[in-house]
Design a binder for this molecule. Structure first.
Ligand SMILES: *Cc1c(COP(=O)(O)O)cnc(C)c1O
Length: 400
């Protein structure tokens, strides 16, 4: 470049050009890093309609947003640095002091903490409805202050299904916005915006990224809600890195393939668990006996890998020992990655407003992409530790 040949080495090192038009074409998009966006004219600096600063996202984030907007059939998709910030960012965008949220009692516990903490300080109140409440029962709870109904279906700990289309239609009539945490369906198995919901949120950390190594969140919205989210996400300044956006785009390539495998394996494990003597019941809406089966069959096109199992009564210690004995199921929070996970969830149910109890301990399983036979063998040896524990307890009782 002639400009470069005229200046000193120090300047040349700083101004060496990056010719964008020389990018080679690859199957994946380029990862474009940049805070400053170089503009051709002074007029362009103050053109509100254009990208003039990197925080709002450059080409890599835009590629991801377009793909997620189309996946959720939304007007616009907004990215956040985690699923939780997608939830808190959406609530901040839609709510004002004096407003009230009606939330399903199955919501993700950090959502509950945000409502009780930050939003309560800002003058927003929250009430919880029972996941079994239908649209009419929720309508009866609406007051002039109600602004948002927050749903999660199925609940990610206890798998209750809500009649989302009926609740969304009722809310629309009442002038209330509906928001759903759609992480379980990964934007594929259920399309909330097609059923009248205003905002569909996902923790992209789970299935979209899919490899337990990236945090990211999505709020996909239509109409008025999309306008409010656009203004609020610009004001609050949440940003995701182009590298993480690239990882999410890569996850999308295999999302449907992975989900199909997770779902088929989860159904196989669920059916197997139903026939085990240590298992009282299995929570999976694809099972015909599941209380949410009819709604699931009507609204969803499949299941993901997340299911629940209520065990026959056993001590907390015995359940801990059983979960710790599993070799292929990791012990840890989160889900949606390629690997299987198992946790006891009873402590998390204590936060609910409507007390929930089951006849035995509740386990949550994430069925990963391992061989189903190996996973079933691992669960069988885990369940064996429970019956061994029963035997030793009976012996102790007999001896005492
Ligand atoms: C994990 C999870 C979130 C939060 O997502 P992060 O990306 O971990 O912040 C929200 N909702 C549900 C249902 C989740 O499982």
């Amino acid at each position: 470049m002639t400009f470069c040949s005229k200046v000193h080495e120090q300047t040349r090192l700083i101004h060496g050009d990056t010719p964008c038009d020389a990018l080679q074409r690859t199957p994946g998009p380029p990862i474009q890093r940049g805070s400053t966006v170089l503009l051709p004219t002074c007029e362009a600096l103050y053109d509100g309609g254009k990208v003039t600063y990197g925080r709002v996202g450059l080409s890599t984030q835009r590629t991801l947003r377009d793909a997620l907007r189309d996946l959720e059939n939304a007007d616009e998709a907004f990215l956040y640095p985690s699923g939780l910030t997608a939830i808190t960012g959406t609530l901040l965008a839609l709510l004002s002091a004096g407003d009230e949220v009606l939330a399903c009692d199955t919501v993700y516990n950090p959502t509950r903490r945000f409502l009780a903490g930050t939003l309560a300080r800002y003058g927003v109140t929250a009430r919880y409805f029972d996941p079994a409440d239908d649209a009419e029962a929720i309508r009866a709870m609406i007051t002039p202050a109600t602004r948002v109904i927050f749903l999660e279906s199925p609940g990610s700990l206890s798998f209750e299904m809500q009649d989302v289309p009926a609740i969304a239609a009722m809310a629309k009539e009442a002038g209330v916005m509906t928001v759903i945490d759609n992480t379980w369906a990964a934007g594929v198995l259920f399309k909330p915006l097609d059923h009248g919901v205003d905002v569909s949120i996902q923790s992209l950390t789970k299935y979209v990224c899919g490899h337990s190594d990236v945090f990211m969140g999505l709020a996909a919205a239509k109409g008025e809600a999309a306008k409010l989210l656009a203004a609020s996400s610009y004001e609050t300044g949440w940003a995701v890195s182009p590298d993480d956006a690239y990882m999410a785009i890569r996850g999308l390539r295999t999302l449907r393939t992975r989900l199909a495998q997770h779902g088929a394996a989860a159904l196989e494990v669920a059916r197997w668990l139903e026939s085990q003597p240590e298992v009282r019941s299995v929570m999976c809406p694809a099972l015909p006996d599941d209380p949410g089966h009819a709604i699931w069959k009507r609204d969803f096109t499949g299941i993901c890998g997340l299911i629940g199992a209520v065990l026959e009564p056993a001590s907390e210690v015995a359940v801990a020992r059983m979960v710790e004995s599993l070799e292929l199921f990791g012990l840890g929070f989160s889900w949606g990655g390629y690997e299987s996970l198992a946790i006891p969830v009873d402590p998390q149910l204590k936060a609910r407003s409507h007390k929930t109890s089951y006849p035995g301990p509740l386990l949550r399983l994430h069925i990963g992409l391992e061989s189903v036979d190996d996973l079933i063998a691992d669960l069988r040896q885990g369940l064996d530790t429970l019956s061994q524990d029963d035997v030793s307890r009976q012996r102790l009782r007999a001896a005492g």
